[in-house]
Write a protein that binds this ligand. Structure first.
Ligand code: PLP
Length: 454
C-alpha cells in the first residue's frame, strides 16, 4: 500500500471513531439542517466528518452534547484566553447584567478599558466595536479618510474578517493567486464587486520589495497597509527581524499608514501584542477575539494623529453596540484580573512543555514537521523548513493536519478545526496535565503516521 493510501486509511478509521463517539451531535446536525442554513451558525463550524455540538465549558475543558470531555485548545478560534467560566469574568458579567445590559451611552468601564489598552499597546486613543471584522473595516475606512486615497495594500494569506476590502487573496488557490513576483487581487468570496477587489493590492509577507513596488507603481494613491504582524491564518508565520519597522518606515515615506491587525495576536502573544513585543508602533491597531474574555467585543487603537481625525468628526466611527456595558465590564475584568503577569508566566511554561514534548515525538518518529509557537498560540507545521510567506504555506500537506486533529479529538483534546490554517490556544486555566494529554495524543498520531510511511 502507498503512503497516500495508508494516510487515507488512518483518516477514515479516525473519522469512524469520531462519528461513533458523537451520536448526539449527529442528531442535532440533522435537526439543525431545517432552520439553520448549513446546519450551523457560522460556515466555519462545518467540520469534517461532522460538526461538534457542545453543551458547556468550565476551566480548561469543554463537553460535547454526548458527554465527552475535551481539553479545549480550540478556544473558540482564539477567543477563550480566559478559559471557560473564569470567576472574574462570571462576576463582571453577573454584576453588569443585573444593572442593565445596553444603553448606547458610555459607561465608566469604557474609560478604564481604554486606559489599560493604551498602556499595554502604547497607542493613546481607543474606540470599540463588536467583532474583528468591524474593527478592521473601521481601520481601512479611517486610513482612506485620513489620506484621501482609495487603494490599500493587503498581504497575501492574511485574514482580516469578512468585509469587502479585505476579502481579497485570503487563501487563494495557486491557479488564482497570480505570479509569486506579482500576486493578483483574488476575490475570497462570492458577492464582492470586482471594482472593490481592484482597490486592494496584494503584497507578500516578509518581502519589503513587494510593498515598495506597489507604492512606486501607485504613487500617492495608497492609503495604507493592513497586516497580521504575525500571520495566524496560515499556521503561524513570524516576521523576519526588522521587517515590521522597515515596513512602517517605507509606508510613511510614501504618506501611507500602517494598521496592525492584532485580532488574533492581541493579548494571546503577550500583554501588549506583537506591537509591544516587537517595539514597532503602527498608526492603528485592531483587537477582538480574546480581549473580551469570551464576550463579543473589538477595539481600535490609534495614534493622536489618526484618532483625532475621528474625534474631529472626519470619520464617523459608529455602532449601536459599540462600548456595550456588558462587553466593557467583561473586558475590564479580562485586562485587570485575568491576563496578569503571573498568567503569562504560567502560559509560557505550558508553551515550552508543549513545544518540547511534541518536538521530541516528531524526532522520535522521524516526522517531517516542526512546532511554531507565539505566546499562548502554537501549531505543528508539516513541512521540513519554517514557512515565511503564504506561498510556502500552500505547499504544506493538509491531510497530516486533519489526521492530527482527528487523533487529538478522539483522544479528548479539541484543537481548532480547519487543518493547517489554525493554531492551539493555551488559556490561563490550562495546566500541565492538559498539555500532557496534547503531547500524548500527538505521540500516538506520530506513531501511526510514521508507520504509514514504511
Ligand atoms: C486576524 C483576524 N482579523 C480579523 C478577524 C475577524 O474577526 P471576527 O471573526 O470577529 O469578525 C479574524 C477572525 O478570525 C482574524 O483572525
Amino acid at each position: 500500500m502507498t503512503t497516500d493510501a495508508k494516510l487515507s486509511q488512518i483518516i477514515a478509521a479516525q473519522e469512524e471513531i469520531f462519528v461513533q463517539r458523537q451520536p448526539g451531535s449527529a442528531r442535532l446536525a440533522e435537526q439543525a439542517r431545517h432552520h439553520l442554513a448549513g446546519g450551523v451558525t457560522s460556515s466555519w463550524q462545518i467540520t469534517a466528518p461532522q460538526p461538534v455540538w457542545l453543551s458547556h465549558g468550565r476551566g480548561s475543558k469543554v463537553w460535547d452534547v454526548d458527554g465527552n470531555e475535551y481539553v479545549d485548545l480550540h478556544g473558540g478560534y482564539g477567543a477563550a484566553l480566559a478559559g471557560h467560566a473564569h470567576p472574574a469574568i462570571v462576576a463582571a458579567i453577573g454584576q453588569q447584567s443585573a444593572n442593565g445590559t445596553h444603553f448606547a451611552q458610555p459607561t465608566p468601564d469604557a474609560v478604564a478599558v481604554a486606559a489599560e489598552l493604551a498602556s499595554r499597546f502604547g497607542l493613546p486613543r481607543w474606540r470599540f466595536a463588536n467583532s474583528g471584522t468591524e474593527a478592521t473595516m473601521d481601520a481601512v475606512h479611517l486610513m482612506r479618510a485620513i489620506t484621501g486615497r482609495d487603494l490599500i495594500i493587503k498581504i497575501e494569506g492574511c485574514y482580516h474578517g469578512h468585509h469587502d476590502s479585505v476579502q481579497v487573496s485570503v487563501a487563494p488557490e495557486l491557479a488564482d493567486a497570480g505570479p509569486e513576483s506579482k500576486p493578483s487581487s483574488a476575490p475570497a468570496s462570492a458577492g464582492i464587486p470586482r471594482a472593490i477587489t481592484d482597490l486592494t493590492l496584494i503584497a507578500t509577507f516578509n518581502d519589503l520589495d513587494s510593498v515598495a513596488r506597489l507604492l512606486d507603481e501607485h504613487r500617492d494613491q495608497v492609503a495604507g497597509l493592513i497586516i497580521e504582524p504575525v500571520m495566524m491564518n496560515a499556521g503561524i508565520i513570524t516576521p523576519a527581524p526588522g521587517y515590521l519597522s522597515s515596513l512602517k518606515d517605507l509606508l510613511h515615506s510614501h504618506g501611507a499608514l500602517l494598521t496592525f491587525d492584532e485580532v488574533k495576536t492581541g493579548l494571546t502573544v503577550g500583554p501588549g501584542g506583537v506591537t509591544r513585543a516587537e517595539g514597532v508602533q503602527p498608526d492603528l491597531i485592531t483587537l477582538a477575539k480574546s480581549v473580551g474574555g469570551g464576550v463579543a467585543v473589538a477595539a481600535i487603537g490609534g495614534t493622536e494623529h489618526t484618532m483625532d481625525f475621528v474625534a474631529g468628526g472626519g470619520y464617523e466611527m459608529v455602532g449601536t453596540f459599540n462600548g456595550n456595558p456588558l462587553a466593557m465590564a467583561a473586558t475590564r475584568a479580562m485586562l485587570t484580573e485575568v491576563v496578569t503577569p503571573e498568567a503569562y508566566e504560567k502560559i509560557g511554561k505550558l508553551r515550552r512543555r508543549a513545544q518540547e514534548g511534541i518536538s521530541e515525538a516528531i524526532a522520535a518518529h522521524g516526522l517531517t514537521a516542526h512546532v511554531v509557537t507565539a505566546g499562548a498560540k502554537g501549531c505543528v507545521v508539516f513541512s521540513p523548513e519554517p514557512v515565511t510567506s503564504y506561498r510556502g504555506f500552500l505547499d504544506v500537506d493538509d491531510r497530516y493536519s486533519h489526521a492530527h486533529w482527528l487523533f487529538q479529538h478522539n483522544g479528548g483534546v479539541f484543537l481548532p478545526p480547519w487543518g493547517k490554517i489554525e493554531q492551539w490556544l493555551i488559556s490561563v486555566q490550562h495546566d500541565e496535565s492538559d498539555i500532557d494529554r496534547l503531547v500524548a495524543n500527538f505521540a500516538a498520531f506520530a506513531e501511526a503516521v510514521s508507520g504509514a510511511r514504511d
